[in-house]
Design a protein around this ligand. Structure first.
Ligand code: NAP
Ligand code: GCO
Length: 269
């Protein structure tokens, strides 16, 4: 393939902030960005996790920059962005990855629990995006990637707060596109399917008799790829949306789900 064409997928010279990226999907995306030339900045809630993340990046030969920062705390986020701009450079690429889920039947979920999920999964991306957009406008370009979910489109039992947050995140993605597209800022979402990370570990736990978790079997039957995804499955789509190759893609959610959203599901045996 012609070298110049591949240049469009390069992230050389870019500064990428991936929130909550000590491990899991964020870590997978950040390592791909590093391999494409980006400088990696990430945050987590606790220093011990930031340190663990730094060591994990180093093991892969990546000199990442890690900071303790809670994405729901606007002061902490603004201080983080100011520190990064001073020490490393303006943030060219933001991945709003940090997120939690609470699996509780809605009628048993407290308002505080509902609010906590919305705070991290929706208010967080608002706060961090708001913090990086002014410098992106000044610089004349920017990429914001919101990690949405299949629950941006579908509901299921026990995940009311998460689905509400991720549905809102899809619309926040479209609104950032609408409000800042004229400043050459592209804001898109990635909607992972069911990905094998600590967040979904409870859904894949072996049963006491050693059999697969029923939800594990359900997801494999519902997914045309007949497997759970991995953070590595998200790397190519994330690099595409972070690079110049996607400069005319804006306000979209790219579902990386092995086909699950397109498929009615296999007839149970
Ligand atoms: P994960 O393994 O639970 O990792 C989430 C990360 O976010 C952790 O590093 C966590 O830090 C961090 N975090 C949580 N609250 C934070 C806060 N207030 N401020 C800063 N960091 C915070 O999750 P994952 O599976 O990698 O998922 C990452 C993203 O993808 C989430 O937005 C999730 O909703 C989304 N997603 C996941 C799947 C899936 O199947 N796994 C599918 C679709 C979408 P701590 O360890 O300190 O809590
Ligand atoms: C769940 C899962 C899902 C995945 C993901 C699917 O409990 O249903 O955690 O929500 O995390 O969001 O796209």
């Amino acid at each position: 393939m012609e070298k110049n064409f591949l240049q469009g997928f390069s992230l050389e010279g870019k500064v990428a902030l991936v929130t909550g990226a000590s491990y899991g999907i964020g870590f997978g995306i950040a390592t791909a960005f590093a391999r494409c030339g980006a400088t990696i900045v990430f945050n987590d809630l606790k220093q011990e996790l930031v340190d663990k993340g730094l060591a994990a990046y180093k093991e892969l030969g990546i000199e990442a920059h890690g900071y303790v920062c809670d994405v729901t705390k606007e002061e902490q986020v603004n201080a983080l962005v100011a520190q990064v701009e001073k020490e490393i450079g303006v943030i060219d690429i933001l991945v709003n990855n940090a997120g939690i889920i609470k699996r509780i039947p809605m009628h048993e979920m407290t308002a505080a629990e509902f609010r906590q999920v919305i705070d991290i999964d929706l208010n967080g991306p608002f706060i961090v995006s708001k913090a990086v957009i002014p410098s992106m406008i000044k610089k004349g370009h920017g990429k914001i990637i919101n990690i949405c979910s299949m629950m941006s489109e579908l509901g299921r039992e026990t995940v009311s707060a998460y689905a509400a947050a991720k549905g809102g995140l899809k619309m926040l993605t479209r609104n950032i596109c609408s409000e800042y597209g004229e400043f050459n800022i592209q804001c898109n979402g990635i909607g992972p399917g069911y990905i094998a990370t600590p967040q979904t570990a409870p859904l894949r736990e072996r049963q006491p008799d050693g059999s697969r978790h029923p939800f594990d079997s359900f997801i494999v039957a519902k997914t045309p790829a007949a497997r759970w995804g991995t953070p590595e499955d998200l790397q190519g789509p994330a690099v595409f949306l972070a690079s110049d190759a996607s400069n005319f893609v804006n306000g979209q959610v790219l579902y990386v789900d092995g086909g699950i959203l397109a498929y009615i599901g296999k007839q149970p045996k």
